[in-house]
Design a protein around this ligand. Structure first.
Ligand SMILES: [Zn+2]
Length: 398
């Protein structure tokens, strides 16, 4: 984990190290700046949009009354002149080439506080637009200056934070937070196999193994439940929010009236189900809430209001990216896949949050051969290893 692709991406400032470790990164196509613009959002937020030809690899720094966005492996583009909206916090933007890095210096009318992660989005090309790094910020207390920060360029110390700075050492990298959700529990057994295997027990066993393995791989993990207890779906999502999770993985096992049906399937949140089967499954999984007494809809409402459509788009995109990689890892581990697309979509209540994530149906308890497999330690290990691989391969930085 120390030298994972993600970490190497974070330290591309140390180009010699990055080259020796990851030629794929070092020789990646050079990125180019396409446009720069600002806008004014509700609540006096300023929006900065940096459009680039390829997916940007960026870091942020906060010198006095400035925001510096460093884009690695990117060239200065003097044909781009910033389009500045009146009434924003930005008084001017300049570009400078520093080694391989394009430094975009944003001059501010007022100091800003550190931009929280959920106000930073990377959007994929869409219509006439290329990749866009979108930053929303407001006036506030600037981040505390780090003393004696040796910048890779030997410039003045920058106001930085560990999570946003590619120039800090690998050992100082923040641990990514993964919340593991074992579905069902307590009075809600989930589905039950013909041999009596209960979904809630199988997924808890897999969840515990997954936690151990992710911990040893350098992730910070939390479980929504570590014993046989009942939790509402929104409470599970609330735990992911509270822990400021980078990724949310909800573990389930499936049942199908067709006893021959088997295999894993992976889902992300969408208000519209991708197919009839996905819709039925979401209905069945969401029904877990009907077992409870007290409601939690207030939380769900708050989350919906808090998420702008742009954020929803960003979370959905990150979830899709994770889910696609997860399906790939399962297939690579030769775990049987349920016939159909790699990633399906449905309105799962447990996935409604600001945290990217996926719901994994790890197999069918209604199929007697798969029920036996799902109970076996070796098959559970196989599933856990595939999920760990998918988490390690997920790009947490964008
Ligand atoms: Zn379930």
């Amino acid at each position: 984990m120390k030298f994972s692709r993600r970490d190497a991406l974070k330290v591309t400032g140390f180009s010699a190290l990055a080259i020796s470790l990851l030629p794929r990164v070092a020789f990646a196509a050079r990125n180019s700046l396409q446009s720069l613009r600002t806008g004014v959002q509700p609540n006096n937020k300023t929006r900065l949009v940096i459009e680039t030809a390829n997916r940007p690899s960026y870091s942020l720094a906060y010198p006095t009354n400035q925001l510096v966005v460093s884009l690695s492996n990117t060239s200065v583009n003097n044909s781009v002149s910033p389009n500045l909206a009146s009434g924003s916090l930005v008084s001017g933007i300049t570009q400078a080439q520093v080694g391989d890095t394009l430094k975009i210096t944003v001059n501010l009318r007022k100091p800003i506080s550190e931009i929280p992660k959920n106000n930073i989005m990377v959007l994929s090309p869409n219509g006439d637009s290329d990749y866009r790094l979108v930053l929303d910020f407001s006036a506030g207390t600037p981040p505390v200056q780090k003393k004696d920060v040796a910048s890779e360029y030997g410039t003045v110390p920058e106001y930085t934070t560990a999570s946003a700075t590619p120039t800090t050492a690998i050992t100082a990298a923040r641990k990514y937070v993964v919340v593991i959700d074992a579905g069902h529990g307590g009075k809600d057994p989930g589905c039950i196999g013909r041999g009596g295997t209960r979904e809630k027990d199988v997924v808890l066993s897999v969840a515990k193994k997954l936690k151990n393995k992710l911990d040893t791989n350098g992730f910070k993990t939390y479980m929504t439940r570590s014993d046989d207890r009942y939790l509402k779906l929104a409470e599970r999502a609330a735990i992911a929010e509270k822990k400021k999770a980078d990724l949310f993985i909800s573990l389930h096992a499936n049942a199908n009236p067709k006893r021959e049906m088997k295999g894993f399937s992976i889902y992300t949140l969408s208000e519209k189900a991708s197919d009839e089967e996905a819709k039925k499954l979401a209905d069945a999984e969401n029904a877990a809430d009907k077992i409870g007494v007290e409601g939690f809809t207030e939380f769900e409402e708050n989350i919906r209001i808090a998420l702008s459509s742009l954020q929803q788009h960003a979370v959905a995109e990150m979830s899709e990216e994770y889910a696609t990689g997860c399906a790939k890892a399962f297939k690579k581990a030769s775990i049987t896949q349920q016939p159909g697309p790699d990633v399906r979509h449905a309105p799962f209540a447990v996935l409604r949050s600001t945290v990217p994530g996926a719901l994994l149906e790890i197999g069918h308890l209604s199929n007697s051969s798969e029920e036996k497999l799902l109970k076996s330690a070796s098959h559970q290990d196989k599933i856990v290893n595939a999920i760990v691989r998918s988490v390690k391969n997920y790009n947490f930085e964008v």
